[in-house]
Design a protein around this ligand. Structure first.
Ligand code: SF4
Ligand code: SF4
Length: 198
């Protein structure tokens, strides 16, 4: 019984040691980075050092990888669909109505809203990609950038609006003025109608 236990303990210890030695001597050469589509991709991971010489070497990522979000703000129609679809509520959008059409996106959609705020808190994002699926102009995308390092947490809130505070105020005032003028014109037309009827 004791002999069996001793044998098992030695056999187990030898297996562990053999594994350690295999990796120790296998780690003497630099690990090569295999193309992601290589049939031997996972076998290649077993050769050489366990780590790569990042950033000189980088592990290739799949074409459909979901990493940092990006927004092509010129193509955004500020519809808010991405923010509504986000399960963790990490997209904050504030829109301002324009007094008239303000241009077109690259897919021909008419823009009628300004993006006063378009923030994405990547610290909260769970990289589900739902926001990219619902976007009608395909302007919010997941990029292949995965190594975003920051010193402060708030730097992970990406800001895509390009409007200055003065521009935001100016557009708000212009819209309110237009609404007031429309209302005044409507009231004047109503009064004229009532005056004509009496
Ligand atoms: S990827 Fe998912 S969690 Fe991240 S912003 Fe888009 S919808 Fe929200
Ligand atoms: S869904 Fe697309 S177009 Fe709509 S607000 Fe989001 S990024 Fe802009």
């Amino acid at each position: 019984m004791i002999v069996n236990k001793t044998y098992n303990a030695l056999a187990t210890a030898w297996k562990g040691l053999a594994l350690t030695l295999r990796h120790l001597f296998g780690s003497t050469k630099k690990r090569e980075v295999a193309p992601i589509k290589s049939a031997n991709y996972f076998k290649e991971l077993e050769k050489g050092t366990n780590t790569i010489q990042y950033p000189k070497q980088e592990i290739p990522i799949p074409e459909v990888g979901r990493y940092q979000l990006d927004v092509e703000i010129d193509d955004c129609i500020v519809c808010d669909l991405c923010a509504k679809a986000c399960p963790v509520d990490c997209i904050r959008i504030e829109s301002i109505k324009a007094t008239e059409a303000i241009g077109q996106t690259s897919d021909g959609s008419t823009k009628r809203l300004y993006a006063a705020q378009f923030d994405i808190d990547m610290a909260k994002c769970m990289y589900c990609g739902l926001c990219t699926v619902v976007c009608p102009t395909e302007c919010i995308t997941m990029t292949n950038q995965y190594d975003r390092t920051v010193r402060h947490l708030d730097e992970l809130t990406y800001k895509f609006s390009v409007m200055t505070p003065d521009e935001i105020d100016e557009k708000k005032v212009a819209f309110e003025k237009q609404q007031a003028e429309k209302l005044a014109a409507k009231q004047a037309a109503l009064q004229a109608k009532q005056g004509g009827a009496s």
